[in-house]
Ligand binder design. Sequence first.
Ligand code: NAD
Ligand code: 89V
Length: 344
Amino acid sequence: MTDLKGAVIGCGFFAVNQMHGWADASNVSIVAICDRDPERLKIVGDQFGIERRYSDAAEMFADGGFHFVDIATTVPSHRPLVEMAAKHGVPVICQKPFALTMDDAKAMVAACDVAGVPLMVHENFRWQSPIRAAKAAIESGAIGEVFWGRVSFRSGYDVFSGQPYLATGKRFIIEDLGIHALDVARYLFGDASAVTARTRRVNPKIAGEDVATMMLDHENGITSVVDCSYATKLPVEPFPETLLEIDGSKGTLRLSQGYRLTVHSPDGTQVSDVQPPLLVWASRPWHNIQKSVALIEQHWVDCLKEKREPETSGADNLKTFALVEASYRSAEEGRTVQLAEFLG
Ligand code: NAD
Ligand code: 89V
């Protein structure tokens, strides 16, 4: 099997995890990197031994020599970079949040469609080992038909120390973190048709909302609640755990703090430890997220090789992105918002 060669644009805070993930993945190597900040370019280039380094993505594409590009920059650069990849016929992965607006998101999907290049959004939370374990338990039929669910992320962690830009945007928690939880809700309960949301800012030092509660109507009749907060001070800090409560016709599933999965069914109650492994390059408490990065990257390689559509393709991610947009509109206008307002 020929190894795939990849290039990474953006060598910031999170890209280091992506570089480690690529180093761990089979049948792939990163041959070029790009960052407009020379310091970040040097740090990441030296750490991972990458010789081809660029400050300008256009130059990197012009030189070519890679089978795909992984865009790890913040959102303002996503559309121009994805469109640049499409123009060069290069399959592309783009970090979340996919776009600044729904129009931009749709334009990127269309550009890749027209160019015939695969596009995946790096939406990694659904790849977290505990979330995969919960999905497998649901699919085993143990709790019967699911009728209600909750996806919850409540924390007091200082996320701004690693990602200072999060404190400055008009939008914060739904766009940055809620987007993951909304995608997990779609993964577990199916696509949604409407959302009702409420938001609030508790931390006076930031510009956007740090608390959000969303109620989703799923197309199959399931109701779910997706709630997230960075204003929640708990005795034991759970960051970055996503917790679940799922009720089915025959039983219940709970993913609780400390990576404890409880499945209660007519056959009894099973409690398992679904703590993700601590990869050699990972560190607590980020190890759950770090393992999910390695898994989604391997998924991309496998999909490219087997010419399969990735789970979180650009087209798929429009439905998660629409939930973000609809949640903001719902909170602003105080009404239930149909997803068709964005996807129609
Ligand atoms: P960052 O600011 O630390 O890094 C971004 C890097 O991109 C910077 O070094 C910057 O110089 C570079 N850059 C920006 N525009 C560029 C361009 N046009 N050409 C070349 N280089 C450019 O940001 P970060 O915290 O690493 O976040 C990056 C993205 O990853 C964001 O979209 C964020 O939401 C996402 N993220 C995802 C997860 C996850 O779990 N999926 C976690 C953290 C961050
Ligand atoms: O996804 C993100 O960008 C991050 C974190 C995983 C902490 O939420 O902000």
